[in-house]
Design a protein. Sequence first.
Length: 436
Amino acid sequence: MVAGGPDFIPPQLEIIQKGELVSGWQLEGKNVSQKRNSLGGKPFMPVILLSFGHGATHYAFGTFIILVPFIKQALGLTYTEAGLIVSTFHVTGFFVNFATGLAVDMSGRRVLFIILSALICGISMLALGFSPSFLVICIFAGMLAIGVQGWHPPAFAFLAEEYENAKGMVFSIHVVAANISEAIAFQVGGLIVTLIGSWQVAAMTGAVPGLFAALLLAALLLHKEKAANGKQGKAMGLKAYLAGYVNLLANIPAMMVCVVSSLRTMAQNGLLVFIPLYLIDVLGVSAALMGTGMLAMQIAGGVATPIGGYTSDRFGPRPVLFVCITITSLAIILATNITDPTTYILVISLVGFVLFAMRPVLQRWIVDLVPGEFRGSATSVMFSMQAAGNALIPIVGGWIADNRGMLDVFYFFAAIMLGANILTFFLPKTNPANGS
């Protein structure tokens, strides 16, 4: 039997049948790899649109995170209270991911939920800018989580189905867009607060990309949803969904990947919350320089993302994860011994490089371990587990900072990554993407 099934036609034979083969892999003077682009011959436009939308949701999140130190100062909050604002976001995200995964896989409506997520991000940030109190800020932080976290299940399911043979590449592009957008948000948010002196204005600027992305996606992608989703256009019954969901939760390798992903994201989001606080409160840098430091971390992460995806495709995800997690732990500990702001920024850039390189590796791995019709739900489980851990990190980190000092917070993050490294040893040794 020919690999790929009875209807599979090897690229060479297909070319011969069309009478286009000239010599070897040459096709009328053009290399076949040039005719079949890096996305397996699929169009780039959906990737570009979804990457822009993903970037818009993370621009809102990045703006939200960068404003926490200034909200803390403006309202006279403790570190624990500041952490509670971020925890509200992640607690809400925990439930949102489960609900979105169920709705997406049962309805088959990927694009609709993608558009709603971008729209909610824009509305939430706009409302945040008008929030007068700690309680109201927490409410709109939770609403923001609906948009940011609700994006992932439909988007990753859509991309995995549309680009079955190029998931690693499109996931990397999708993730890089988030890195770049968060980096820009950190810099712009810091500059707006520095120049205007208002965190509220900075929050409202974070609404613009989400609102624009929702309109763009609705205009260019919504009417193509049925054709774009193909097999997933059919709705799934509740009974069939629940039976499949039980099997998903019993998939031990998939759940182990989710746990490792959760630990990695706990450390990542903990650093995103407490590095700005450390730079402002301990090292005494300006808001603009703090934004630059976070920008450098995100840029390094953006560069690392496709590298992580490529190396995991070639060598398997397990060794890539082990190396990246080890470097992350050591770099976090190194940063605690640095007091020069410039050197500190260089070290956190290294942290960003290895920390973000792991994202597409884990995201690709989870969708390869589950049936196609449950990719939305598998993604939702992964992000829900991440949200559960992330909800604890700001509160625990805030308590540690209030009672033991800021440096112990970073030792805590290093210990989390050590736990992820230990668990990596128990992950499957083969690469589910290619069976090697």
